[in-house]
Write a protein that binds this ligand. Structure first.
Ligand code: ASP
Length: 438
């Protein structure tokens, strides 16, 4: 059996962190396939290598000399190599990279070199094989990730290696050029590798103890989630909980491979386990997590006898489709409906209200900005009465006005719309209601 282990940037920020990573890998011989990020921040106002690469490439495109611009990046890698006492030299790679920068091969290529170089160093330090992600992770011509080709190719490559390091964050386009996933995408690579080798477990090592029930920047010392299902996680990460890239569950989901979020700086702690199905028995907590996002707008549409008008909703949705505006929620009343949309998205369509009038002839239309959405997620809700009451009571005691309520059809999620100014307080009072009183 094998485990795939992905280490985030802060876990590989310097030689000291590399040593911790190697200890973790060596302490379990099933940890055979390793996916590294690029070196992250060593201290709070440090710069991640990925950001240095983007800037370096932009500077070169703006006329800077590639070799000179690349020096601070080479210094970071050389520092890690020498502090670890390794004898490899990456000079040849630096030369190739700076040549390619001068040829302006692209920003994605530039950013991907962070993981690529880190992967070479880590493979050398561990005595593992290095497998370039461009050889086994592929995109289609339209830019979509090519899951089938990747799965088949990676599986056959990795079959040949007992132990390997596969850099995160990038793969190849059909023409061989490099494309990256979105930021934080090494999580996705780890998941893809886990799927390809049929891993028993995907360990995602980071610098926090796991998923916090609520954002620690808002709730002081929140509890951490022990076990969360894929579906709960999807709801929470979509609604802004970070820690894991929001797409990272997709490759492992069908294969039912669990993901364990672990802390490189405290390896014996259990972390958060992300599992396909809810474990048997009663949940420890009714709610699993709380997350939220700001910057939404509500487009409220009112029309007499809307409810009896066949095709009303269809006309509005067709308009959204034509205008390419994504909606988050559509709460409806008898003669009213509200579209909850991303404010930035809406701002790109200043004539939207006019267009709604054209297609639906409403009595009244009004747009309200500064809305925040908070999702209270928990598989325990289904079996527990009074969850909504407790959420509303908490908000009402805090004098927070609720502007929208949406309970997901799965009874896994209650979403509340409030004014942005109430965002932090709302999360705190909901957290306290469930975590301090259970
Ligand atoms: N290094 C990339 C980033 O900073 C990808 C990753 O770390 O997952 O976004």
């Amino acid at each position: 059996m094998a485990k795939v282990v992905k280490f985030g940037g802060s876990s590989l920020a310097d030689a000291n962190q590399f040593r911790k990573v190697a200890d973790i890998i060596r302490s379990d011989k099933e940890r055979r396939y390793v996916v590294p990020s690029a070196p992250g921040k060593r201290f709070s106002d440090d710069t991640k290598v990925t950001d240095m690469l983007y800037k370096c490439y932009d500077d070169v495109c703006g006329g800077a000399n590639a070799v000179a611009a690349f020096l601070p990046i080479a210094d970071r890698y050389n520092g890690i190599i020498s502090d670890l006492g390794l004898t490899i030299s990456l000079d040849r790679e630096y030369e190739e990279i700076t040549d390619n920068f001068t040829k302006r091969v692209g920003r994605d290529y530039a950013a991907s070199r962070g993981e690529y170089l880190n992967g070479i160093i880590l493979a050398n330090y561990l005595g593992f094989n290095f497998v370039d992600a461009a050889k086994g992770i592929f995109f289609k011509a339209n830019g979509e990730f090519d899951a089938e080709l990747t799965d088949a190719t990676l599986a056959s490559i990795l079959e040949g290696y007992d132990c390997a390091v596969i850099p995160g964050f990038y793969g190849a386009n059909p023409d061989g050029s490099i494309r990256t996933f979105s930021r934080g995408g090494s999580d996705f690579t780890g998941s893809v590798v886990a799927k390809a080798i049929g891993a028993e477990l995907y360990e995602n090592w980071t610098d926090v103890p796991g998923f916090a029930i609520a954002d620690p920047r808002i709730v002081k010392n929140p509890k951490f989630i022990d076990v969360i299902t894929y579906r709960e996680l999807r709801e929470l990460s979509y609604m802004g909980a970070t820690v894991l890239h929001q797409d990272a569950i997709f490759p492992v989901r069908n294969a039912k491979i669990p993901i364990n979020i672990k802390n490189t700086n405290d390896p014996s702690a259990k972390g958060t386990m992300i599992v396909p199905e809810a474990p048997e028995g009663k949940n420890e907590h009714i709610i699993t997590g709380i997350a939220g996002k700001k910057n939404f707008s509500a487009v409220a549409i009112e029309k007499d006898e809307m409810n009896g008008e066949i095709g009303f909703l269809r006309r509005i949705l067709t308009l959204m489709d034509v205008e390419k505006i994504n909606f988050e929620h559509i709460p409806t009343g008898i003669d009213t409906m509200t579209l909850i949309v991303d404010t930035d998205d809406l701002k790109k369509h200043p004539n939207f209200a006019e267009r709604v009038k054209e297609v639906s002839n409403p009595n009244h239309i009004e747009i309200e900005d500064h809305l925040a959405l908070i999702a209270v997620v928990g598989r325990g809700m289904k079996a527990t009465k009074g969850t909504a009451t407790r959420i509303f009571a908490a908000l009402s005691h805090a004098n927070i006005n609720i502007k929208m309520i949406d309970q997901g059809s799965s009874e896994l999620n209650i979403i509340i719309g409030i004014h942005e100014d109430d965002f932090d307080e709302a999360i705190r009072v909901i957290y306290n209601m469930f975590m301090l009183q259970e």
